[in-house]
Design a protein around this ligand. Structure first.
Ligand code: 3HC
Length: 319
């Protein structure tokens, strides 16, 4: 294809983005647009799958059948979110096997937030309340992203995330209205999850290498800092309802901006975790690869059954 032709296609593409049209897998798109979507969607999918591990640990230790059922449903939802996102990725020409190889080899990232340990039941509350709360803030704008399959996947994901956030908040409320020891457990979980939840929304806009282009392509509708501020403004009043203290001495409502000013985030910690040196990175990958290997027989059986069915249907058609 000549440079002239490519330039013409790029202009048509940009005009479509400007008109807020959805780009579909079979449409022409710049190679960088395709690659950026594979990058972000695959990391999103990996995050959903790895995110199941810290919570899966607590299903058998939930304090009641009701809590167990809610946590089980949440973890199953996350698996489904991962599958929607892997399928959306495959529409851009990368295979599921390649995606899993990238995750298992450490080439691919997943969200930093899942590299922290879940040491008490209150962590299930803090994850649902804070992590899924931040996820909703991050994912609602993605329902309006320019790539069709990603936007449509997010509509379904966001509906389920709001249940996740609510079941987490309910766990925290129960603990805060319980014994002093239970309230202390909830405060301890907030102390450990607050700052990693702020980091989960990505580096500052000044440090973000993708935001500018992602906003131009309407992949991103809000910047990392905007999402972070929205999360803080939404969550601080919820902590007040719980009677918990946000572990940030610099947190203060700013009458002028109508938002909360907050303290310095430890970006060294963030990049250490992103680079694989967080408290649970090694455990998460060991558990993920272990689950993948133990599940080989299930995949083989499903494939064998599908091939047998295909052969049977072909035979019936040609009989
Ligand atoms: N963890 C790990 N890596 C991160 C990160 C995080 N929290 N935040 C940013 N990074 C990485 C980026 O991937 C990028 O590295 P790369 O070039 O190797 O991909 C680098 O840091 C620079 O960051 P940018 O801000 O420039 O990157 P993005 O523009 O991609 O913004 C993001 C980061 C806001 C996380 C964006 O990717 C995004 O919105 N992703 C979709 C949502 C998502 O993945 N959420 C993760 C949690 S999943 C979840 O919430 C599950 C729920 O059920 C709990």
């Amino acid at each position: 294809m000549s440079n002239e032709q490519i330039k013409n296609l790029e202009e048509i593409f940009e005009a479509r983005i400007a008109r807020d049209e959805k780009i579909e897998p079979k449409d022409w798109m710049p190679e960088k647009y395709r690659k950026t979507h594979i990058r972000q969607m695959s990391q999103h999918a990996h995050s959903e799958i790895v995110g199941m591990l810290p919570e899966g640990n607590w299903i058998s230790r939930a304090p009641s059948l009701r809590r167990k059922a809610a946590l089980l449903a949440k973890v199953q939802d996350e698996a489904g979110h991962g599958l929607y996102l892997y399928s959306a990725c495959e529409t851009l020409g990368i295979s599921r096997d390649e995606l899993f190889e990238q995750l298992h080899s450490g080439k691919a990232k997943y969200s930093s937030i899942f590299n922290y340990p879940t040491v008490t039941w209150a962590d299930m509350g803090a994850i649902g309340w804070l992590v899924d709360g931040a996820a909703i803030i991050n994912q609602v704008p993605l329902c309006n992203t320019s790539f069709g399959p990603y936007a449509r996947a997010m509509v379904r994901v966001c509906k389920e995330e709001s249940f996740h956030q609510r079941q987490g908040f309910e766990i925290m409320l129960k603990l805060c209205n319980g014994s002093p020891e239970q309230k202390d457990m909830a405060q301890d979980a907030l102390n450990r999850w607050w700052w990693p939840s702020l980091m989960m929304l990505g580096p500052t806009d000044a440090e973000s290498i993708h935001t500018e282009q992602s906003m131009k392509w309407k992949l991103k509708r809000k910047s990392n800092d905007e999402l972070r501020q929205q999360f803080i403004d939404q969550t601080v009043p919820q902590a007040d309802i719980l009677g918990l203290t946000i572990p940030d001495p610099d947190l203060k409502f700013n009458e002028e901006t109508g938002s909360y000013d907050f303290g310095e985030i430890d970006w060294d910690e963030f990049w250490q975790v992103v680079k694989g040196h967080g408290p649970s990175n090694k455990k998460r990958m060991k558990d993920r690869i272990g689950a993948w290997e133990e599940g080989t027989w299930v995949r083989d059986a499903a494939m064998a059954y599908a091939e047998k069915q295909d052969a049977r249907n072909t035979k019936l058609k040609t009989a």
